[in-house]
Design a protein around this ligand. Structure first.
Ligand SMILES: [Zn+2]
Length: 343
């Protein structure tokens, strides 16, 4: 089968489109999904460089998001049939660790992730545990369903983790033109929040406004602190930061007393310094978020089906140009998700 593989850790030059890959093995409790759509995520760039503490199984097929149809089924699988159109909750929990037993499988100590610990969606076929499958609702296409995997559950979980948010609360998102940002704006507006979106792409400001962003600022503006301060003199209730050390000090300064900083990415590095004094003195909460729950994934599918949220599509690529898609990712003037169409 055809697939986009990473041959070794390094750069996007170490990606290779191959058409001689074996169709992957699937277990008795798994199905083999014929992939229609997968999407690029920022984690791909971290995986290509080398994910901290993780050894990939080279040649590794990347791709955490999956939508397609069931091609084959393991002998223990029931309730599904060949040809069913499905999408996939991207986190595979072990079902056995203490956290899984506590009913928190999204915090599983031994979780697996497509395109990281197991084969991913940038290929014609991918094995998927049956318990991770969701039926594709009527009116939701594969590209949209794939897009709400990693990005959607991260965005929704970041909001659900903060019980202090009320209509009128303020939320700031760095780099709002990406998958997490474009979905986060819409999910925040459904809750009546005020949204400050930043982007380096000022020609995308109008589209961010159409998605619901109340204030759109230039990420590179040296006066961004003053501008947000003018809008919210007491500070912002929640800042979503997947950029990392480059934006952390500004995010920290901009928080309201009692505010929440949500960390969900390491694009510019893994470590930063933190004022312990300011953290307790201002009652700040630093919240890490990594994906979300299966229930949140189903909630997002329902929101898509009801047309309460939409997925802006920046570009569509067949597998054959997937390497180019990853080379362009984060550099081109994109808004929304970049789709890899396997068939
Ligand atoms: Zn577990």
């Amino acid at each position: 089968m055809k697939g986009l593989t990473l041959l070794r850790n390094g750069t996007t030059e170490d990606l290779e489109v191959r058409d001689d890959l074996a169709i992957p093995f699937f277990g008795d409790d798994e199905v083999l999904v014929k992939v229609s759509a997968s999407t690029l995520n920022r984690v791909d760039q971290v995986l290509i460089r080398g994910y901290p503490g993780l050894a990939l199984n080279f040649p590794q097929v990347l791709g955490a998001d999956i939508a397609g149809e069931i091609a084959e089924m393991g002998k223990n699988v029931s309730g599904w049939k060949r040809g069913d159109k499905v999408s996939v909750y991207p986190l595979v929990a072990c079902q056995q660790c203490a956290l899984c037993q506590e009913g928190k499988p999204n915090l599983c100590e031994h979780f697996n992730y497509f395109g990281m610990h197991r084969p991913g969606g940038y290929a014609e076929y991918v094995p998927v545990p049956a318990r991770n499958l969701a039926s594709l609702p009527a009116g939701v296409d594969a590209a949209a369903a794939a897009s709400i995997g990693v990005a959607g559950i991260t965005a929704l979980h970041a909001l659900n983790m903060n019980n202090d948010l009320k209509p009128g609360s303020s939320l700031m998102i760095w780099g709002a033109t990406g998958g997490v940002g474009t979905l986060m704006i819409q999910l925040a507006k459904l809750r009546g929040l005020e949204v400050i979106a930043t982007t380096r792409q000022q020609d995308q400001a109008e589209t961010l406004g159409r998605l619901g962003a109340d204030h759109i600022l230039d990420s590179n503006d040296e006066k961004i602190m003053e501008k947000v301060g003018a809008l919210y003199p007491s500070g912002v209730d929640q800042v979503i930061d997947y950029v990392g050390p480059a934006t952390f000090p500004t995010s920290f300064q901009l928080l309201k007393k009692g505010g929440t900083m949500t960390l969900c990415g390491i694009l510019t590095g893994m470590e930063t310094t933190l004022s312990i004094h300011q953290t307790y003195f201002r009652h700040l909460r630093i919240q890490g978020v990594y994906l979300g729950t299966e229930q949140e994934y189903h909630e997002l599918l329902a929101l898509l089906a009801a047309k309460s949220i939409t997925v802006p599509i920046a570009a569509r690529h067949p597998l054959s140009t997937g390497k180019q898609a990853l080379q362009d990712f984060g550099h081109k003037n994109h808004l929304g998700k970049v789709i890899i169409e396997a068939s």
